[in-house]
Design a protein around this ligand. Sequence first.
Ligand SMILES: O=C(O)CCC(=O)C(=O)O
Ligand SMILES: [Fe+2]
Length: 331
Amino acid sequence: MATAGAPRRFCRCACFCSENLYVARYGLHLRFRSEQQLRQDYVPLEQEVERRRRLGQESAARKALILSSYQPARPDIYYPLQDAALAPEFLAAAEYSASPGADLQGLLQRLETLSEEKRIYRVPVFTPTFCQALLEELEHFEQSDMPKGRPNTMNNYGMLLHELGLDEPLVTPLRERFLQPLMALLYPDCGGGRLDSHRAFVVKYTLGQDQELGCHYDNAELTLNVALGKAFTGGALYFGGLFQAPAALTEPLEVEHVMGQGVLHRGGQLHGARPLGTGERCNLIVWLRASVVRNRFCPMCCREPDLVDDDGFGDGFTRDEPTTVDVCALT
Ligand SMILES: O=C(O)CCC(=O)C(=O)O
Ligand SMILES: [Fe+2]
């Protein structure tokens, strides 16, 4: 039986007009209470923009200071990369990939396939001795009074290898001589055969510092993630779908770290790191870039890049320098 009472008036919450306002132009949900609040909320954003603008120059200044004043604990890490630092499986896979007639099937026999569908692979990269030496050097650097640039806003305790001067002896040869032939067979469609720059850094997780990493995609065509150590529990990597092609929600792929071993994946593969349980975890991350791919499509804004000159490898984009003509030679 219906009860007769005062008619009810249905309402909405006022937040409908002040919270979660979706601004399609920015792809963001914003809050709007007043113009003053909006300005206040945006101050940190302006500061972040300023910080990003200064990154390249500040990084170059740190690198110069480190080069002139830092005394390494392990100078051997700065010698040109020796095959002895590399795991035999990695050497074999790279040698096979560079040999005439090499094909994907042959290479896959030399790697561990973690997911065929996601095209995620694993292979031992460095010897345990090299991992230990690199960690010893990084620890020494961390304890020094040298200025330190951190990898990005998600990793506050890692280190940028180019600032230590490790690009030339270690990371560039690793990319050019070993990763390039492997990636050319594994990911020819992502610029694997046309890698021409990288951004290499070490991430560090421990209790009281960063302990996990949210789901993200990398500003890279391809990524190598090598577990350097130390002893820890938790901290597994997880992988979802490709960011450009969101798939139906499926169970993510969980990948445990194995010391010295590297995981290879596409930069656009959504991934993150589970919370650390105990101990300390350090991984070397190499974001591999192919300018032929990214010059057409910036993976961060998904548009043709609007190029701004930068220091070092910048973010891996290139612009054709106008060819200079030696006028004297013409006469
Ligand atoms: O924690 C890790 O090993 C992954 C780090 C990572 O994905 C990144 O820094 O881009
Ligand atoms: Fe990542």
